[in-house]
Design a protein around this ligand. Structure first.
Ligand SMILES: Nc1ncnc2c1ncn2[C@@H]1O[C@H](COP(=O)(O)OP(=O)(O)OP(=O)(O)O)[C@@H](O)[C@H]1O
Length: 224
């Protein structure tokens, strides 16, 4: 059984160490209990429990096919668990899927970047849904100089940076990242490290699946 037990409820009205709160969501504890997932009729994992408190980061580790992406998709609410319970601040995430969607940023393998749009247009679209400043998001990932180019001309690493730039739009306390550094150069990995540190300092949670080194000091390993 995979375990990371010790689920405790924090009180409502959490304030982060930096004093900043997430608008519309005060931050909270994510807890999974006895979670199971099935794909293609096969059980990928079962009996999985974990907990992440504000400011914490979990590194999901394991061989190809272990279920890291599956777990992130389940936590994102994109895949229904076959068993078990997922809770935010003690409340089942299924009870309010819209609220869970609003508090979650999920970076998957597919980036859904439209080839004809520019990075500025892409981020403006997401900013209309989530809030935030596209220019600041471009700057955070070093994309300002590429803001007006059609996305079809971006390199693989530049596309990844654009997908990462969406994370910083709006206020979402739960970041779920699948191989976030794939294709990134050294400077971009460092930029991502700065973003992750700022997110955690505000009380945000990071769950990241990766086979590559990730700038997440103090992250707990979670083996699948
Ligand atoms: N759409 C799908 N339909 C059926 N089976 C799937 C599907 N997606 C994944 N699987 C299976 O689920 C299992 C877990 O896959 P998953 O992508 O979660 O693993 P992973 O740990 O993220 O792997 P990797 O390190 O290669 O990214 C694998 O055995 C895979 O074949």
């Amino acid at each position: 059984m995979l375990e990371f037990r010790g689920c405790l409820k924090h009180g409502k009205g959490f304030r982060s160490r930096g004093g900043t709160v997430f608008r519309g969501d005060p931050g909270g504890v994510l807890a999974a209990e006895d979670l199971a997932a099935r794909r293609g009729g096969r059980v990928v994992f079962a009996g999985l429990s974990l907990r992440a408190a504000p400011g914490e980061a979990l590194l999901l580790l394991g061989p190809n096919g272990a279920g890291k992406s599956t777990l992130l998709r389940v936590i994102a609410g994109l895949l229904r668990p076959a068993a078990g319970r997922l809770a935010w601040e003690g409340e089942d995430i299924a009870a309010d899927a819209a609220a869970h969607g609003a508090r979650t940023r999920y970076l998957g393998h597919q980036d859904a970047i439209k080839p004809a749009l520019t990075p500025a247009e892409d981020l403006a679209f997401w900013a209309r849904l989530r809030g935030g400043e596209p220019a600041a998001a471009l700057e955070a990932l070093g994309l300002s100089a590429l803001a007006g180019l059609p996305c079809r001309t971006l390199s693989a690493g530049q596309r990844r940076r654009l997908a990462l730039a969406r994370l910083v739009l709006g206020d979402a306390p739960l970041w779920l990242l699948d191989e976030p550094t794939l294709g990134l150069d050294t400077a971009s990995v460092a930029r991502l490290g700065t973003l992750l540190a700022a997110h955690r300092a505000r009380g945000g949670i990071v769950l990241a699946a990766t086979h590559l080194p990730l700038p997440l000091p103090g992250a707990r390993d979670f083996q699948l």
